[in-house]
Design a protein around this ligand. Sequence first.
Ligand code: ADP
Ligand code: ZN
Length: 293
Amino acid sequence: MAAADIRLGALEAGGTKMVCAVGTADGTVLERESFPTLTPGETLPGLVEWFESRGVAALGIGAFGPTRVDPKAADFGAILETPKVAWRGCQLRDAFAEKLGVPVGYDTDVNVACLGEATFGSCKGLDDCVYVTIGTGIGAGVMCGGNLLHGMLHPEAGHMLVTRVAGDGGPCKCPSHASCLEGMAAGPSIELRWGKPAAELVERNEVWELEGDYLAQMCMNLILCYSPKRIVLGGGVMHQEQLFPIVRKKTLEYLGGYISAPELEDIDSYIVPAGCGGDQGILGCLELARRAL
Ligand code: ADP
Ligand code: ZN
């Protein structure tokens, strides 16, 4: 069978919805359907059946975390200590691998999105890149030398410490940290700080100056720690395109000339929007499935 004819399954397992898709290795999505994330008992059998009836040759799963992504671990593919209590300890990957009997690739939602961008999107052809989603939470997927970074568990760069901007006494929404990036700058934090959903604050320049500052602190830290060749910023909050020039300018200011690289001299091509039309997660799952075959 030609590669183009092999049907691959993709599952974006999110905290509020599960997106299932069937597609091919070239990144064509043939069919997709979303299901609400209830409990594992209520949700998983229907999803397994969905893929079973479509005869996929392999499946790629991008899961919400924290989750075990080390293939050598006994609990590979399990959801760990999530606030979504019903999912704690759920052997998510096994639920599909055992029933479908096909190879199943498994990684975090943001690592998978990073893979999607590196294969089909804004980082096509790059082996070292970072994808960040700024949405309900903030999370970063990291590719180093062509491999998605796992390490001890997996990066949780969304919770990096940020320095409060002078005069910003706004609340940090994270229950674990006094001033972490997610707590200060994710969508719900913007709403808490300014009293309106982020999408209704378009005209308020001070909102985006402040948001851009925290995201620039993040970009600086990502550059210093991972040395990516490009950074992709996605997620709902980045629909505010006016953020990009602010983040780029402030990132260079924070770096203070410490890192010199040609990539940073063309900052508009270095910190960029997602390039998969919002499909980086699903396309990354397809690539993960292809690699699992
Ligand atoms: P999730 O992170 O849950 O997968 P999203 O990436 O869509 O989903 O992020 C949702 C968050 O993004 C919400 O907090 C919302 O306020 C914010 N958001 C969604 N659309 C916009 C927009 N157009 N402008 C600014 N913020 C937005
Ligand atoms: Zn935090």
